[in-house]
Design a binder for this molecule. Structure first.
Ligand code: MSP
Length: 517
């Protein structure tokens, strides 16, 4: 079935953190998916943004001697710069401190939970981890410390509003078990079900969804009770609907795009997205997102990136050395989206040289140089005239030809993987074609063939140019700039007769990817 619209989101990034490769990865992953769906003709909306309220932000701002608003403005500026640099094609950047774009939606959602009878006021006494921005229980501690942040949580006693999360447990269980609310990979469904089934008391208990304004004076006022501010996760999660217009005078865009087709998040925030968020939506009688894609963590030297370990790798150094297309290549093809992966400079260089400088870059240069040298770049032909791969001149045909392989084998597999968000496998298909084209050159040796049979050489080169055109099309979501360069160098036009393509090719002025020694 052909999809009409595609709404995809990333998590919104804490406005106090300096973005590292982990964050860049999430942006690239979601961008490849968004660009793919846009490319196949879906009306696509791609959202990213910043999470700007809460304890952590206000404390960091205080340390820097800035007002919270001034502080987040500076950081969000840097975030947006990275988003632009990476070539992220987001349609909107939501900021939770945006009183016009975000607050009305967040407050409308609050009122919907209230109307459903799911909010009540009570006194909370217990532990709070600022790192998690969450209330935690004794049971979750390791040596008295938060297992994620290694810090001793704070003892808190205060009046809060609570959300009746417990009421939605049976429905959450049903939605997860039936797959109606899909989580990729499946292992995360099992993790969440295990939480629902065994850890009953802590997860299933109702959750505090506000904090007193005097404690953290930086957040969205609770409707009807400005002495309380919305708890940061409750505020943050609603970005996904406020950003498309929920709570605005005109909700047409919300009605068009919601429910989200895909929400891309990292594995540390699954609970919030797989339990709290759907429960809030059920309470507010809003449809659930169709799918959560949970990606793994980027580690460095085998360890989680952290300032204290001193192993934080920023995207900048890779971009400076290798360029954005190479970083996007790495994040797409060299890692599995649902697993953790380790990044080292050595591995990056190795795959860059093998697959970009040698593999793709070399193929593009060789082909375009031959086309220019032998035919002034101008070659017309069609799929039927391309000789088979593995068939050597003068002998009987051995295999299928490139256009046949592309249309009947490679493209269908590419689309199946891309639709399933298996972007690494989608990218593998592109390099399978690179391999086939290299093989094709080895088979026919056009640089020799040209001396004896120009007409046959032309057919071989046409097959190669055709293959490069398909590579450029499949590459577009992954490395849009490289795809565009290749496409411009090919100068293809579909002329008159069915299946006929004329190329007016020119060689690259410089190699697409310089080899690194
Ligand atoms: N603000 C919350 C999310 C709120 S969504 C309503 C948050 N922010 S974050 O800045 O800490 O993380 C943003 C995203 O980056 C999350 O999906 C997180 O999992 C991801 N990553 C953070 N570090 C990462 C790695 N080292 N590797 C891969 N992704 C990582 O959580």
């Amino acid at each position: 079935m052909e999809e009409k619209k595609f709404y995809v989101t990333t998590a919104i990034f804490y406005a106090n953190a300096q973005l590292h490769l982990g964050h860049a990865y999430e942006l690239i992953l979601a961008d490849v998916i968004a660009r793919y769906h846009r490319g196949v003709g879906s009306k696509t909306f791609f959202l990213t943004g910043s999470d700007e309220h809460g304890d952590k932000i206000i404390r960091t701002a205080q340390k820097e001697g800035m007002s919270p608003q001034a502080f987040v403005n500076v950081n969000v500026g840097k975030m947006k710069e990275l988003v632009t640099t990476l070539g992220v094609s987001n349609d909107f950047f939501i900021r939770t401190s945006d009183q016009k774009a975000h607050w009305p939606g967040a407050q409308k959602m609050w009122r919907a939970l209230e109307a459903a009878g799911d909010i009540y006021k009570a006194t909370y006494q217990g532990l709070y981890c600022v790192g998690c921005e969450a209330f935690i229980t004794e049971k979750e501690l390791v040596d008295g410390k938060c297992q994620h942040h290694g810090t001793v949580p704070e003892q808190i006693k205060e009046e809060n509003y609570f959300f009746k999360l417990s009421k939605y447990v049976p429905e959450l269980r049903r939605l997860l078990e039936s797959g109606e609310f899909k989580i990729t990979p499946q292992s995360k469904v099992n993790e969440m079900l295990a939480l629902l089934n065994t850890e009953g008391e802590n997860i299933l208990s109702d959750v505090s969804i506000s904090r007193p304004e005097r404690e953290i004076p930086w957040g969205i006022p609770v409707p009807g009770d400005p002495g309380q501010l919305m708890y940061v996760w409750c505020d943050a999660l609603s970005n996904y609907i406020s950003a498309v217009g929920y709570g605005q005078a005109d909700e047409a865009s919300f009605n068009l795009f919601w429910p989200a087709d895909l929400q891309v998040i990292g594995k540390d925030i699954v609970r919030f997205h797989a339990l709290l968020w759907p429960a809030m939506l059920l309470s507010a009688k809003i449809a659930l997102p169709k799918e959560l894609l949970v990606h793994g963590f980027v580690t460095s030297g085998g360890k989680k990136m952290s300032k204290s370990v001193g192993n934080v790798l920023g995207p900048d150094e890779f971009i400076a050395d290798y360029g954005v297309p190479a970083l996007r290549y790495y994040c797409t093809r060299e890692v599995s989206p649902t697993e953790d992966w380790d990044l080292t400079r050595e591995k990056f260089k190795e795959v860059y040289n093998a697959n970009l400088a040698n593999g793709l870059g070399n193929l593009v240069s060789r082909t375009l140089k031959m086309a220019t040298q032998y035919f002034d770049g101008k070659i017309t032909g069609d799929a039927a005239s391309v000789p088979p791969v593995g068939g050597v001149q003068g002998e009987s045909a051995a295999g299928l030809n490139i256009p046949y392989l592309v249309i009947n084998d490679l493209l269908p597999r590419y689309h199946t993987h891309m639709r399933a968000h298996e972007i690494n496998k989608g990218a593998d298909i592109i390099w399978e074609l690179v391999g086939k084209l290299d093989q094709f050159i080895t088979d026919y040796e056009p640089f020799k063939l040209v001396k004896t049979d120009k007409a046959a050489t032309e057919k071989v080169l046409w097959g190669l140019l055709y293959g490069l055109r398909e590579i450029s099309a499949m590459l577009a979501p992954i490395m849009p700039d490289t795809a565009k360069t290749i496409s411009e160098l090919l100068g293809a036009t579909e002329s008159g007769n069915v299946g006929e393509i004329t190329f007016v090719a020119k060689p690259p002025v410089a190699p697409l990817f310089m080899r690194k020694e």
